[in-house]
Design a protein around this ligand. Structure first.
Ligand code: NAD
Length: 264
């Protein structure tokens, strides 16, 4: 068929519901002709992901909790069984204890630090290693990050540290996998109201701050993040790897509050 991603197969990890960034990416990739496989985390999300996958004519390859490496192996084995090879992978997975997404970073516990970095950073490396085996003809790995990795943001705390490590791992993975024509990039999305975001303190204030201060004077949608992911998954981005691409209505270039913005 025709389309930017026609003939390409992708594994989508991180759909929780129809507000998930991974869902915006899946819809865009499908609209551009990709064939998709989905993982879900636990039975509660299975019930949500199955109908969504079906809506896009996709496959559900099983439960994957990235803290359980057997479950990662199982979904890659199932993906291989159904698809043989894949062309792109989307990692839209992060976690931090809600109680520590408020207050001070300095008070982060060792247990929360370890778990947050395991799920939000190491898991991308864990899936990249497995994806490499299913990408004999090259491919594209995409993860999601946030500007709180580059600058201090209120309440983002351990997630900012995890995203900084994730972005560094994008560069190291790009160098490791580049010789096999596997590209590795991150999308740094502006704030979007999703399940994960609802755990972040004062999230509505963050959304409004972006609406008043981003160059485009608005926030971004999961559809817009999806379109950029489709570009990164496609041959149009054949020369792009190790990149952190901001899809944030330009917020990352702003150095000071817009003087025309109201006091929030
Ligand atoms: P979401 O809640 O829809 O998705 C988060 C996903 O992470 C869920 O599907 C959940 O099942 C999965 N997950 C958490 N722990 C897991 C584990 N142990 N094993 C497997 N999966 C696990 O929220 P979202 O905002 O779409 O988040 C997707 C990605 O986008 C995350 O990396 C997030 O940090 C990033 N991001 C979000 C925003 C935003 O404002 N929403 C901005 C920039 C980046």
């Amino acid at each position: 068929g025709a389309g930017l991603l026609a003939g390409k197969r992708g594994l989508i990890m991180g759909v929780a519901n129809n507000r998930s960034i991974a869902w915006g990416i899946a819809r865009s990739a499908r609209a551009h002709g990709a064939e998709l496989a989905f993982t879900y985390q636990g039975d509660a999300l299975k019930k949500r992901v199955e109908p969504l996958a079906k809506e896009l004519g996709g496959e559900v390859v099983g439960h994957c909790d990235v803290t359980d490496s057997d479950s990662i192996d199982a979904v890659f084995a199932e993906t291989e069984r159904r698809f043989g090879t894949i062309d792109f992978l989307v990692h839209a997975i992060a976690f931090a204890d809600k109680d520590e997404l408020t207050g001070r970073y300095v008070d982060t516990s060792e247990a929360n630090f370890t778990k947050s970095l395991l799920i939000s950073c190491y898991s991308f490396t864990a899936v990249a290693r497995r994806a490499e085996k299913l990408m004999p003809n090259g491919g594209s790995l995409i993860t999601l990050t946030y500007y709180g990795s580059e600058k201090w943001m209120p309440h983002y705390n351990v997630m900012g540290v995890a995203k900084a490590a994730l972005e560094a791992s994008v560069r190291y993975l790009a160098a490791d996998l580049g010789p096999n024509a596997i590209r590795v990039n991150a999308i740094s999305a502006g704030p979007i109201k999703t399940l994960a975001a609802s755990g972040i303190g004062d999230f509505r204030y963050i959304l409004r701050w972006n609406e008043y201060n981003a160059p485009l004077r608005r926030t971004v949608s999961i559809e817009e993040v999806g379109e950029t992911a489709s570009y990164l998954a496609s041959d149009m981005a054949k020369g792009v790897t190790g990149e952190v691409m901001h899809v944030d209505a330009g917020y990352h270039v702003v150095g000071m509050k817009n003087p025309e913005a109201p006091d929030l």
